[in-house]
Ligand binder design. Structure first.
Ligand code: KIV
Length: 297
C-alpha cells in the first residue's frame, strides 16, 4: 500500500463525518472542523470533488474559507498576481511566509497549502525539508506543495516521513517555464502521457497526499486520476480530476490577462473600479463624508 494510505489506513476506512453524506467537514460549523488528509482521501473514495483556490492575504482567505473552499493554496503565483513580477520565479521564502501566516490566521476550515518557491527545495531533500518546516512553523500551513515528479520523489519521501503532508505538481510547472519553452500544455503524445503517469505514481509512492495537474490534456488527466489512489487537482486539465484549483484573481475577474481554462465567475475588478471612481467623485464633489460618516462631538 502507498505510504500515505497505509498510514491513514484505519482512519480512511471510517466515514469522517458520522451522520453526514459528505467526506469533508461541514461548512459553517462552529467551531469549524479543519479539512485534513483523511478527508481528501475519503472524498476521492466517495467521488466527491475537492475545491481549491489560491489566497495571499487574510481578507480573501476569510471569504473563501466561509464559502467552503476545501484547500487554500498560498501559491508562488503571488509573484505575477500580487507582486507585479512577470512570472513566479522571483518569489522568495521571506515574501511567501507572511502571506502563508495571514492566510492561516484567517482560516478555520480550509487546509492551508504553502507553495515552496523556486530555489527553496530543488538542491536536495534536506533543503526541501528546511523550507517546508519554515512554512509549517512560521507560516502555520498544514501542507506544502512543490513542482516535479520522479526528480523530487526523495524530497517528498523525506518530508512525509517527517510528518509534513506534500502536494505534488505536474504538467506545466511554472517554475520550469524557461526549459519548457513558455506556458505550454504538457503530456501530449503517448510517451509524454506515460511519463506524466509515472511521475504521478512516483509522487504517490513517496507519500504525496494529492497531485496538482496543470495544463494537461483532459484524457491524460483522466488516466492519471484513474490510476492514482490520492486525489488529482486540475487546473486546465479537464473535468475528470478529483478536484479543481484556480488562481483567485482569474476566477473572480480581477482584470488583466487570464488563461483560457480559467472561467470568470464574477467581475470583481470592474466592480472595484466602479467603487473607487464613485468614491473619488463623491470626495471631489464634497458629498462624502456626509453627516452620518463624521463624528460631531
Ligand atoms: O502558485 C500557484 O498558484 C499554483 C497553481 C497554479 C496550482 O501553483
Amino acid at each position: 500500500m502507498f505510504p500515505v494510505l497505509a498510514r491513514l489506513g484505519a482512519m480512511s476506512q471510517q466515514t469522517p463525518n458520522a451522520g453526514s453524506t459528505s467526506a469533508l467537514p461541514p461548512v459553517g460549523l462552529t467551531p469549524a472542523k479543519r479539512v485534513r488528509v483523511q478527508h481528501l482521501l475519503a472524498a476521492k473514495e466517495q467521488g466527491e470533488r475537492l475545491t481549491m483556490l489560491t489566497a495571499y492575504d487574510a481578507p480573501t482567505a476569510r471569504i473563501f474559507d466561509a464559502a467552503g473552499i476545501d484547500m487554500l493554496l498560498v501559491g508562488d503565483s503571488m509573484g505575477d498576481n500580487m507582486l507585479g513580477h512577470e512570472n513566479t520565479l522571483p518569489v522568495t521564502m521571506d515574501e511567501l511566509i507572511p502571506a502563508v501566516r495571514a492566510v492561516s490566521r484567517a482560516t478555520k476550515r480550509a487546509m492551508v497549502v504553502a507553495d515552496l518557491p523556486f530555489g527553496s527545495y530543488e538542491a536536495s531533500p534536506q533543503q526541501a525539508l528546511a523550507s517546508a518546516v519554515r512554512m509549517l512553523k512560521e507560516g502555520g500551513a498544514q501542507a506544502v506543495k512543490f513542482e516535479g515528479g520522479v526528480r523530487v520523489a526523495e524530497h517528498v519521501r523525506l518530508l512525509s516521513g517527517a510528518g509534513i503532508p506534500v502536494v505534488g505538481h505536474l504538467g506545466f510547472t511554472p517554475q520550469s517555464e524557461n526549459i519548457l519553452g513558455g506556458k505550454r500544455v504538457q503530456g501530449r503524445g503517448d510517451e509524454a502521457a506515460e511519463r506524466l503517469c509515472e511521475d504521478a505514481l512516483a509522487l504517490q509512492d513517496a507519500g504525496a497526499i494529492a497531485v496538482v495537474l496543470e495544463m494537461v490534456p483532459a484524457p491524460v488527466a483522466a488516466r492519471a486520476s484513474e490510476i492514482l489512489a490520492i486525489p488529482t487537482i486540475g487546473i486546465g486539465a479537464g473535468p475528470s480530476c478529483d478536484g479543481q484549483v484556480l488562481v483567485w484573481l482569474d476566477m473572480a475577474g480581477m482584470g488583466g490577462w487570464s488563461p483560457r481554462f480559467a472561467k470568470q465567475f464574477a467581475q470583481i475588478g470592474a466592480e472595484l473600479e466602479r467603487a473607487a471612481s464613485a468614491y473619488a467623485s463623491e470626495v471631489r464633489a464634497g458629498t462624502f463624508p456626509s453627516r452620518e460618516h463624521a463624528y460631531w462631538d
